[in-house]
Design a protein around this ligand. Structure first.
Ligand code: UDP
Length: 417
């Protein structure tokens, strides 16, 4: 497990000092994070780091996961799609399952939740837990990771009834915020530069990954890493690849994904992807286990082109991960991707498979430009999207929640030697 001090080498000694100063008034604070999956997807990816680091800084932080049956996940996937603007069914029976499942989980979690000083509820799945904890003593925060900018109204109207009881909400982007009767905070996500997913790898491991998956090391490869979810537009990626192949016939495609345990639609999307790929030997679909971090790391490093052609994206950690590896990402012009991909500087924003294909051609033909943009991309991540900045913002938020305006932590700057 990485120690907080190890991050000084990447983020700077000052950053670590600030974290310790911010954590000083929060020692022993009981903090509980709740989401609905321990594996798969960006939220789990963040919590697995954020919780141990806040613990190391002296807070009493834990991560709990709610559990549900098939119908629960069917309902919450509908919410996920509805929040991101899709018209979805809202059957009463499913809503009952959602509320009942949360009530059942509350039976197990009530004591820890009611005793906590701060509870962070991630995304819509565990939202009703608050109603089931009438004797709560702490502050409750709803942390929304998805794009709430244009929700399907009936879904938001229903979910909002739960959200209004919270003390605060956190969104990744200002565009996602909705009018709510409490304080809203903006905290973009982050990656851990020292994790298996992002750490430096020996050249042999990067080269070896292609052989392992029968990808030709001598021909260009484009990559998208993501769950098989329609918002990630894997079929659009295949179309972009096909178009790009007309001028770069040697191009190979890798779609690497796995399933999140709380995503029931993955199989259907995967079937669509398989049928779109058909017999193409240069298009590789890799189904990876949820702990294939080093494999994904090596694929991202080995890729000549990285795309994330989402049509909706809360943030897009896969974009951050690739940028950290010096890649100029071709990303869908949406949500959190826009925060990271500065068009023509750290990558390209695209709206269509045709647009993506043009950018693929551009980067394949001009590798020096790709490299130059990739370096800028890495610096942007170092500045804004590392876990140290993320922990700092969570600590500041907790100071604000616990002490209000009474306490300000003045950060001491150590003079540079
Ligand atoms: N991921 C993974 N295996 C997969 C697909 C994705 O480990 O098969 C990781 C990916 O590297 C990233 C996270 O899951 O860290 C996905 O986060 P992102 O914000 O891109 O999308 P989300 O799945 O949360 O919508």
């Amino acid at each position: 497990m990485t120690a907080i001090q190890d991050y000084a080498a990447v983020a700077g000694e000052d950053v670590i000092n600030h974290l310790r100063q911010l954590a000083a008034p929060l020692q022993g604070l009981k903090v509980v994070h709740v989401n609905s999956t321990r594996l798969g997807g960006g939220v789990a990816e963040i919590l697995v780091k954020l919780v141990p680091l806040t613990k190391e800084l002296g807070l009493d932080a834990v991560w709990e996961v709610i559990r549900g049956g098939e119908r629960f996940y069917e309902c919450t996937k509908n919410f996920h799609n509805g929040v991101q603007g899709k018209q979805v069914p809202m059957a009463d029976t499913l809503l009952k399952v959602y509320e009942r499942t949360n009530a059942e989980n509350a039976e197990e979690l009530r004591r820890i939740l009611e005793e906590a000083d701060i509870v962070f509820i991630h995304d819509p799945q565990p939202l009703p837990l608050l109603k089931a904890c009438p004797n709560r003593k702490g502050k409750w925060v709803w942390r929304c990771h998805i794009d709430l900018s244009h929700p399907y109204r009936p879904v938001w109207k229903y979910l909002r009834k739960f959200v209004v009881d919270y003390d605060a909400s956190v969104f990744s982007l200002s565009d996602f915020a909705q009018p709510l009767p409490h304080t809203l905070y903006l905290i973009p996500p982050s990656i851990d530069p020292l994790s298996e997913k992002n750490m430096d790898l020996p050249e042999s491991e990067v080269l070896g990954i292609r052989t392992k998956f029968n990808i030709d090391p001598d021909r260009p490869m484009m990559l998208q890493v993501s769950r098989f979810d329609r918002f990630k537009d894997p079929v659009g990626v295949i179309r972009a690849y096909r178009l790009a192949k007309t001028f770069a016939p040697s191009l190979q495609l890798v779609l690497a994904g796995g399933e999140a345990t709380d995503d029931p639609e993955g199989e259907a999307v995967l079937a669509e992807v398989r049928s779109e790929v058909n017999e193409d030997k240069d298009a590789h679909i890799l189904l990876l286990p949820p702990d294939a971090h080093v494999t994904i790391n090596a694929l991202q490093r080995s890729a000549d082109i990285v795309v994330q052609k989402s049509i909706k994206e809360g943030f897009g950690l896969t974009v951050t991960e690739a940028m950290w590896k010096g890649k100029a990402v071709i990303g869908g012009n949406t949500g959190g991707i826009r925060l990271q991909v500065v068009n023509h500087h750290t990558g390209f924003l695209v709206n269509t498979p045709e647009g993506a294909a043009l950018r693929i051609r551009h980067l394949l033909q001009r590798p020096e430009r790709a490299q130059e943009m990739g370096l800028k991309a890495k610096e942007l991540v170092r500045e804004d999207f590392l876990i140290t900045r993320h922990v700092k913002e969570y600590l500041s938020l907790m100071v604000a929640l616990i002490y209000g305006d009474e306490e300000r932590v003045e950060l001491e700057m150590k003079p540079h030697e």
